[in-house]
Design a protein around this ligand. Structure first.
Ligand SMILES: Nc1ncnc2c1ncn2[C@@H]1O[C@H](COP(=O)(O)OP(=O)(O)OP(=O)(O)O)[C@@H](O)[C@H]1O
Ligand SMILES: [Mg+2]
Length: 364
């Protein structure tokens, strides 16, 4: 077992910088998810750990070794890719054995490792088949099995579930989490799917444009997003943003068509800052009404209902406050009607405030 550390890691292709000064420590036994939009550098970061890409600057440490110059085979890692990359002409057992044969593992040991992994993944009945006789989900299990039998110090996953249908993805997500819990192997898992990140990671590292935006537990990132990007990336439907200005001695947030009291936690920071531009963030799930049971102080945002999307257990309501759109998740039994004007009730303590220029989270 081993931790992994990125220290000031940069990656450039010619003049183009794709990873900038990445500092990130993945602890021994930890499940770390790298998440961010397409092209933000997740795969590049992972491939540098694997040794499949050179590092332009900085160091990567696995366990207690700097691995910058170490070839992939000596890094004690195993990687699972989005494409299962199984050998089509070999049986499943032969696919699982392949890496072990190269390392000249004794046959009895090899059989034990393969049988154990196959049982763990529920593919023990499939060992004599060829990959094309397997479903996508089963193939992905074999790809995971191939990583397990090698008993590496670190698992690297690059979007391993993206080729599976939605239902299977949810199932495999839980299986990979369980597996990691059982094996306790350090994992770095790359995905662009924030739900996967939130549900699987002990901690998640949110990236954008080659830069780390925030690293923390799923709850930390959800409750205290470091900037506007993280706030908009984590959560579905995404957080609502309304431009406002501090007013009345820093006690009110004045938006275009309404105003809200400044939440208690921000009062000290906002005092006397009238005129300062802020962006108020409201999560759809923190809109508690009309008619809900709020915890703590609330305020109303007057809107006209533009769309109502019933989902069974909840209803997504799109309200327009002047030019500002406020989306709310509401109780389906209290759903408003299209065109209705009403006050969307928000819990003040759940509001988020960002600086309108730097886009960084303000204070609390
Ligand atoms: N060989 C290369 N030469 C030049 N630029 C590259 C090369 N490989 C990747 N890039 C660029 O590096 C950036 C990061 O790519 P990377 O594959 O790491 O993104 P990603 O976050 O994994 O995206 P995705 O979610 O689409 O897989 C992209 O802008 C990509 O165009
Ligand atoms: Mg990628």
């Amino acid at each position: 077992m081993a931790g992994v550390a990125f220290d000031q890691v940069c990656k450039r292709y010619g003049k183009v910088s794709v990873i900038e000064g990445l500092n990130l420590e993945i602890k021994d036994h930890e499940f770390m998810v790298l998440v961010g939009p397409s092209g933000c550098g997740k795969s590049t970061a992972l491939r540098m750990v694997a040794g499949l890409e050179e590092i332009s600057d900085g160091t990567i440490v696995i366990g207690d070794r700097v691995v910058n110059e170490l070839p992939p085979k000596d890094r004690d890692i195993a990687m699972v890719f989005q494409s299962y990359a199984l050998y089509p002409h070999m049986t499943i057992r032969e696919n699982l054995e392949f890496g072990l044969r190269i390392r000249k593992t004794p046959p009895a040991e090899m059989k034990r490792l393969v049988d154990d992994a196959a049982e763990m993944l529920g593919i023990d009945q499939l060992l004599d088949r060829k990959p094309k006789q397997l479903s996508g989900g089963q193939r992905q299990r074999v790809a995971v099995g191939r990583a397990i039998v090698r008993q590496p110090s670190v698992f690297l996953f690059d979007e391993p579930l993206s080729n599976l249908d939605a239902k299977l993805r949810v199932q495999m997500r839980a299986e990979i989490s369980k597996l990691q819990h059982r094996l306790q192997t350090t994992c770095i898992y790359v995905t662009h799917d924030q739900v996967e990140a939130m549900t699987m990671g002990h901690r998640i590292a949110v990236m954008k444009d080659g830069k780390l935006q925030q690293c923390g537990t799923p709850l930390e990132v959800y409750e205290k997003p470091a900037n506007l990007f993280v706030a908009s990336f984590i959560g579905t439907p995404p957080m609502n943003f309304v431009r406002a200005t501090l007013a009345e001695g820093g006690t009110r947030l004045a938006a275009a068509t309404f105003s809200l009291p400044v939440p208690e936690a921000w009062r000290a920071a906002a005092a006397g800052k009238d005129g300062r531009g802020v962006i108020v963030g409201v999560r759809p799930e923190n809109v508690v009404g009309p008619g809900g049971a709020p915890r703590g102080p609330v305020a109303g945002i007057p809107v006209t209902v533009e769309a109502v999307e019933p989902l069974g257990h909840e209803v997504i309501v799109h309200g327009k406050a002047g030019e500002d759109l406020v989306v709310a998740k509401l109780d389906p039994h209290r759903a408003p009607h299209l065109g209705e004007t009403l006050d969307l009730v928000v819990e003040l303590n759940t509001l988020h405030l960002f600086d309108s220029t730097t886009e960084l989270r303000l204070g609390a």
